[in-house]
Design a protein around this ligand. Structure first.
Ligand SMILES: O=c1ccn([C@@H]2O[C@H](COP(=O)(O)O)[C@@H](O)[C@H]2O)c(=O)[nH]1
Length: 246
């Protein structure tokens, strides 16, 4: 039976993305929600602010998910992961469809990059299928003939066979993937929406407590928190929802 979470342990399972255009906006947001312990730096902020934002987060003793979703040939993936691991971040993303040789090279290079800089090894995790893709887009735009759940499973197994520590997946696939990939494999789930909040571009969403019950290791929850009138209250309400309904 799943263990009941306390409010604090619920808070530690939520990663909040800093999807903002500047370093100043990012720092303001971090300081607005002091109870958030795990922040995600994605493409928008890293392209605009560079690695200096990672230093700011470390100074505040925050955990960091560097979500740059590398997808390239093996040599380039390896170089990017080696460099990213040198920042001393906790999680790094790549795309699973880059293929086994690229994923293995990325995993080995991340370990080398961490060792060379004396940083703790990051967990490299692979995006199975973006949570903005629905079954129709998978079939008719991406021309993938597998059912969405089967495709996500194949990508998860590819990541696991390549030696990665986990995946990014929708909470809708989490239960099946947890069953197949086992308890130690990290399932990091975006596409999480409290009941009644706008889905935006997320196509395969679940509520926070449903996602935890489905087996998610971490939830990535952005706009329902960061665009709320009071982000700290919105974060607290999500922690409470997980604690009460989980
Ligand atoms: O499949 C994926 C992979 C990454 N993301 C990222 O998660 C957050 C979600 O933000 P919301 O505001 O809660 O929608 C965002 O930074 C994405 O880049 C994802 O949504 N889906």
């Amino acid at each position: 039976m799943a263990q009941k979470l306390t409010t604090q342990s619920a808070a530690e399972r939520i990663i909040v993305p800093l999807d903002v255009p500047t370093m100043e906006d990012a720092i303001a947001l971090v300081d607005t929600i002091p109870n958030v312990t795990f922040w995600k730096v994605g493409l928008e902020l890293f392209v605009s602010a560079g690695p200096a934002i990672l230093e700011q987060l470390k100074q505040r003793q925050k955990r960091i998910f560097l979500d740059l979703k590398f997808h390239d040939i093996p040599n380039t993936m390896a170089g990017a992961c080696r460099a990213a691991a040198g920042y001393g971040v906790d999680l790094i993303t790549v795309h699973a469809p880059a293929g086994k040789v690229a994923l293995q090279a990325a995993q080995a290079a991340a370990m080398e990059g961490a060792a060379a800089t004396g940083c703790a090894s990051p967990n490299l995790i692979a995006v199975t299928l973006l949570t903005s893709i629905n079954p129709r887009a998978l079939a008719f735009e991406l021309k993938v003939s597998l059912e969405l759940q089967d495709y996500a499973l194949q990508m998860a197994l590819l990541a696991q066979d390549s030696g990665l520590r986990g995946i990014v997946c929708s909470p809708q696939e989490a239960e099946a993937l947890r069953r197949v990939c086992g308890d130690e494999f990290l399932l990091v789930c975006p596409g999480v929406r409290p009941a009644g909040s706008a889905k935006g571009d997320q196509q395969r969403a679940m509520t926070p407590s449903q996602a935890i019950a489905a087996g998610a290791s971490y939830l990535v929850i952005g706009r329902p928190i960061t665009q709320a009138e009071n982000p700290a209250t919105a974060f607290q309400q999500i922690c409470d929802e997980i604690t009460i309904n989980g």
